[in-house]
Design a protein around this ligand. Structure first.
Ligand SMILES: CC(C)(COP(=O)(O)OP(=O)(O)OC[C@H]1O[C@@H](n2cnc3c(N)ncnc32)[C@H](O)[C@@H]1OP(=O)(O)O)[C@@H](O)C(=O)NCCC(=O)NCCS
Length: 225
């Protein structure tokens, strides 16, 4: 059982208790990953060993939400690392960052962007504002550490129903315009993100022909220098 003092925030809507990722949470977090992405290729998800490394190298960037009655089973998580990201060359995948980084988790202490590596809410807890709370915590990390903003590759599960009739880029434009709804991208846009372009082969998911979207949130308080 963790001490109450490890709580960094209480969800204003959900009342979840948010704590930083610790090595001790790695196994339970790996289970949350599998429960949240049931159709994903497990090799695209964090495993317990990678989570333990992330907890050691950049705990400030990862938040885990617990129901106050159960500190053993995490309900939600927003994980991330610092990177340098070139918005003019957006095609990438996460593995490239991790391999190019000086650390095992991919966190670059000199990175100017927060890269959201994962955001998950247990299925039975969705649509209660927990995802928004996790994004708000990440935005606070950017403000507190003077980072340029948040960048991430986002899944676009709704593209599966449209891939026969439009490109992934056209789908992203239609979701951005509000003409189509995507369970993940629409939520990200509502949280202040801009969808920049489609990312090819970002994930292994034949349902969406391996497409994802590049999303960016700019920290208006960022100061250069
Ligand atoms: C994407 C994900 C993290 C969102 O988490 P969430 O906790 O459901 O997010 P929120 O509750 O803040 O918002 C989701 C939607 O519920 C709505 N909502 C929030 N509170 C609500 C309430 N009390 N009643 C009804 N709707 C509500 C939000 O407005 C939002 O609607 P939108 O999709 O039209 O924008 C979650 O669905 C998930 O884990 N998905 C699987 C993993 C995934 O895709 N992760 C993203 C990888 S890039």
């Amino acid at each position: 059982m963790s001490e109450v003092s490890d709580v960094v925030a209480t969800g204003p809507t959900s009342a979840l208790q948010y704590v930083r990722l610790t090595v001790e949470m790695a196994d339970a977090m790996a289970e949350l990953e599998l429960a949240s992405f049931p159709t994903a290729d497990p090799k695209d998800l964090y495993n317990a060993q990678e989570l333990a490394v992330l907890a050691t190298e950049f705990p400030e960037g990862s938040f885990i939400g617990f129901d106050s009655n159960d500190r053993d089973v995490p309900v939600a998580a927003g994980l991330g690392i610092r990177v340098n990201f070139d918005l003019d060359n957006p095609q990438h995948n996460l593995k490239e960052f991790v391999e190019a980084s000086p650390t095992e988790s991919g966190d670059d202490p000199d990175g100017l962007w927060y890269y959201g590596t994962d955001i998950v809410v247990r299925p039975e807890f969705r649509r209660r504002g927990i995802g928004k709370e996790l994004y708000d915590l990440r935005k606070e990390v950017c403000r507190g550490m003077n980072l340029k903003g948040i960048v991430a590759g986002g899944v676009i599960p709704g593209y599966a129903q449209h891939k026969a009739s439009m490109t992934a880029d056209d789908y992203i434009v239609a979701v951005t315009a509000g003409e189509l709804y995507d369970p993940t991208l629409s939520f990200q846009i509502e949280n202040g993100f801009e969808a920049i372009c489609a990312l090819a082969n970002y994930i292994t998911d034949p349902e969406v022909d391996n497409w994802a979207s590049l999303i960016v949130w700019h920290n208006a308080e960022y100061r250069a220098g």
